[in-house]
Design a protein around this ligand. Structure first.
Ligand SMILES: *Cc1c(COP(=O)(O)O)cnc(C)c1O
Length: 843
């Protein structure tokens, strides 16, 4: 009998990973050795595994540069409309394997590295995640870059090169502890600094209204240094650019006239300027009105818009007039997509450039601005909406404040003309919120300054139109759109789940990787016994592999034949990790009460970071680990229930755990999760979803059929009705004995014997001020989990549902999402053109 294939052998089977020609392999080996010598300045006697990783990274990078230069030259010649995706976050994760995947180099590298006596997977693990994001919003930006390149769009990602990304999470005594993410410590082989394109960004100062125009003067200058990262499309020779700005103090910083005496202090103070790009704010779905964050937002906007306008002015067809720039064509050549309100300052900054610098008249400038910008809304949670104090703007961005007031005045005049006497409407729709702290509502600014506003899933886009922005929808309904989120199938299937990719490719070929709707063809194999067995086998192998990883990394032993019940995402009250906790406790109590009965063994894995300032989220982590301590060490429970907190959930960990999941927890209160993208990753990787009718879950159920997901709980209408009536948690507590027992245990110190009152804040919240109505969905959730157990006891039926889910997940490719943005917002068409491969210059 043949020995089972190893992972790396399996990777080779599928030709999408590239043909490992003998010449290619030899070339890679040679290049690797050359980089080890000339770039790393090491030989094999002293090289560390990290040196080998860098040698390989440089080898793979070399395959990008010719295509990168060629693509940019092609854009210059063809001058297509440029798409600018502005985002404060790009949650990229690792780059090495993704580059090999998109260039079709995986097999050749695997073979070359093997011949060198090294292990590719081991080297891949050395790479730091580029964690320049918090969660879904930042990861969406990363998936969009992949799809925009794959669809041949002349697109750019613009953001900040944070020196420290999202913190590393340690769990100490069951509590979250944050560590700085020094991801650049060993250097970043994927970026190229471009000091020659450095640009000034102004802050503070005052506004001079002079006879020959308005001047923003006496400002402090910070320089923006661009770092470019290549973004390869999938096997189409396109390589786009992600340009991230880093803050640099000018050399005369703090050394102006009056300060000549204190040279040393002036040099030390350079940090003040350079702090702008120091660290990512670690809040997910939460607004914290810190001045440094506002500086970050203006910094990326000001540098990016200068770059965009420079590129427009030097473009071939953007402007034919040799003397004056004809900005009339600007919206035909430039689209700016705002990823949430974080880059909203683009709107007043464009106005400032057009009016103050280019001397355009206001109305024309406003028309061009509006036709250029489009805004994506990511949440309706009020605590997440950016509302900056006017006082902060007055100091930091005085001219922008004037412009925002002027924008608002014209907007309110327009509304007043449409609704004479409706003072309350004017108050509701104003960009400026009056009160003891006057604030600027950035979402309102984005809505009036954009030609398109979109939500990120159908249900969310409806909520946007009918509640948060209803007044705006009444006036300009044609601006409001939906663009349901998606994920890139390259990273979230081919890269992370080679086993599943292979058996799919065996059945339907490889085209699904760029046209995910082709997964529909798998419906022909729902009853194919061999395919059912293969799908189950791949899942089992992924579970084995993840179990081995947990053992190796954390000395945690789990049972790979138990159901892997996975709940990974940022820790947030609205995502209701607490509902999951109540289910775990209920299962625990049931097993204790009736230990003789048979139970479906479960390993519940929960992972996610809590914002460092979010007390309740940190308490939730401690509760999860405390429940784990009790459950995992109870001899009555044994193998039947385990609770694991997955430390430091991030992109590279998602790539490991999602392919191993049986059950995907997507249990937010209906109406609170705008879309979710984790839900899509699980569906594509053969997990079944237990979820509420929220975000994109609604569309997943529509695609796969509601009977193929485990849908439970209140719908949005039910939540609204309950809000009208009033939610009374105590009612459920009094009526449902198992719920009462669980709450009493949490409250009495059953899970915290060393400090019985530890979880009183959690209990108090759940009982008396739970905005997310955990108890209201408890019964339906527990019952639904029972149905999950029932189905899991029938592996064949389970796997058939899995296959139906995979087959129906095609809609959730970010290629589909980007195609819709391109056609319906940006006015461009995706292109299947393969740019000819480059001629590599040789010595
Ligand atoms: C996809 C992803 C998310 C988003 O998950 P949701 O369940 O949609 O909140 C967050 N973090 C990481 C690391 C991800 O890969």
């Amino acid at each position: 009998m043949a020995a089972p294939l190893s992972d790396s052998e399996k990777r080779k089977q599928i030709s999408v990973r590239g043909i490992a020609g003998l010449g290619d392999v030899a070339e890679i080996r040679k290049s690797f050795n050359r980089h080890l010598h000339f770039t790393l300045v090491k030989d094999r006697n002293v090289a560390t595994p990290r040196d080998y990783y860098f040698a390989l990274a440089h080898t793979v990078r070399d395959h990008l540069v010719g295509r990168w230069i060629r693509t940019q030259q092609y854009y210059y010649e063809k001058d297509p409309k440029r798409i600018y995706y502005l985002s404060l976050e790009f949650y990229m994760g690792r780059t090495l394997q993704n580059t090999m995947v998109n260039l079709g180099l995986q097999n050749a590298c695997d073979e070359a590295i093997y011949q060198l006596g090294l292990d590719l997977e081991e080297l891949e693990e050395i790479e730091e995640d580029a964690g320049l994001g918090n969660g879904g919003l930042g990861r969406l930006a990363a998936c969009f870059l992949d799809s925009m390149a794959t669809l041949g769009l002349g697109a750019y990602g613009y953001g900040i090169r944070y020196e420290f990304g999202i913190f590393n999470q340690k769990v100490v005594d069951g509590w979250q502890v944050e560590e700085a993410d020094d991801w650049l410590r060993y250097g970043n082989p994927w970026e190229k600094a471009r000091p020659e394109y450095m640009l000034p960004v102004h802050f503070y100062g005052r506004v001079d209204h002079t006879p020959d125009g308005i001047k923003w003067v006496d400002t402090q200058v910070v320089l923006a240094m661009p770092y470019d990262t290549p973004v390869p499309g999938y096997k189409n020779n396109t390589v786009n650019t992600m340009r991230l700005w880093s803050a640099k103090a000018p050399n005369d910083f703090n050394l102006e006239e009056f300060n000549v005496g204190d040279y040393i202090q002036a040099v030390l103070d350079r940090n003040l300027a350079e702090n702008i790009s120091r660290v990512l704010y670690p809040n997910d779905n939460f607004f914290e009105g810190k001045e440094l964050r506002l500086k970050q937002e203006y910094f990326v906007v000001a540098a990016t818009l200068q770059d965009i306008i420079r590129r427009f002015k030097s473009s071939k067809f953007g402007c034919r007039d040799p003397v004056r720039t004809c900005f009339e064509t600007f919206p035909d050549k430039v689209a700016i997509q705002l990823n949430d309100t974080h880059p909203a300052l683009s709107i007043p900054e464009l106005m400032r450039i057009f009016v103050d610098v280019e001397h355009m008249d206001w109305d024309k400038a406003w028309d061009i601005t509006k036709r250029t910008c489009a805004y994506t809304n990511h949440t309706v949670l009020p605590e997440a909406l950016e509302r900056w104090p006017v006082s902060m703007f007055e100091k930091l961005l005085p001219r922008h404040l004037e412009i925002i007031y002027a924008i608002n005045q014209k907007h309110l005049d327009h509304v007043a003309a449409l609704y004479p006497g409706d003072i309350d409407r004017l108050r509701r729709m104003s960009v400026i919120e009056e009160g003891d702290c006057k604030r600027i509502n950035m979402a309102h600014l984005c809505v009036i300054g954009s030609h398109a506003i979109n939500g990120v899933a159908r249900i969310h886009s409806e909520i946007v139109k009918n509640s948060v922005f209803k007044d705006f929808y009444d006036i300009e309904p044609e601006k409001f759109q939906n663009k349901t989120n998606g994920i890139t199938p390259r990273r979230w299937l081919l890269l992370c789940n080679p086993g599943l990719s292979d058996i799919i490719a065996e059945k339907i070929g490889e085209d699904f990787l760029t046209d995910l709707s082709q997964l529909k063809k798998l419906l022909d194999f729902v009853d194919d016994e061999a395919f059912i067995r293969d799908v189950a086998k791949v899942k089992q192998e992924n579970k084995q592999k993840f179990s081995a990883y947990l053992m190796e990394q954390y000395k945690v032993k789990i049972n790979p034949s138990s159901m892997f019940d996975v709940h990974v995402k940022r820790i947030h009250e609205y995502k209701r990790q607490l509902l999951n906790c109540l289910h775990i406790i209920t299962l625990y109590n049931r097993i204790r009460k009736d230990p003789k009965k048979s139970y479906v063994p479960r390993t519940v894995m929960i992972g996610g970071k809590a914002a460092p300032g979010y007390h309740m989220a940190k308490m939730i982590i401690k509760l999860i680990t405390s429940i784990g301590d009790v459950v995992n060490n109870d001899p009555y429970i044994g193998e039947r229930l385990k609770v694991i907190f997955l430390e430091n959930y991030r992109v590279s960990l998602a790539e490991k755990v999602i392919p191993a999941a049986d059950l995907s927890e997507q249990i937010s209160t209906a109406g609170t999760e705008a879309s979710g993208t984790g839900n899509m990753k699980f569906m594509l990787n053969g997990a079944l979803t237990i979820g509420t009718m929220d975000g994109a879950n609604v569309e997943m159920a529509e695609e796969a059929g509601e009977e193929n997901l485990f849908i439970f709980g209140m719908r949005v209408e039910d939540v609204e009705a309950m809000d009208k009536k009033g939610y009374n948690a105590k009612e459920y507590y009094d009526r449902i004995p198992e719920l009462r027992q669980a709450i009493d245990q949490i409250n009495s110190g059953f899970f915290s014997p060393d400090d019985p009152g530890r979880f009183r804040d959690i209990v108090n919240m759940l009982m008396y001020h739970d905005r997310f109505k955990v108890f209201a969905d408890y019964e339906a959730y527990i019952k639904c989990q029972g149905q999950v157990d029932q189905l899991y006891m029938n592996p064949r039926e389970w796997t058939k549902k899995v296959i139906k889910n995979i087959a129906c997940s095609g809609k959730f490719s970010s290629d589909r999402t980007i195609t819709e943005y391109a056609r319906e917002i940006w006015g461009v068409e995706p292109s299947a053109v393969k740019i000819p491969p480059p001629n590599i210059p040789r010595e």
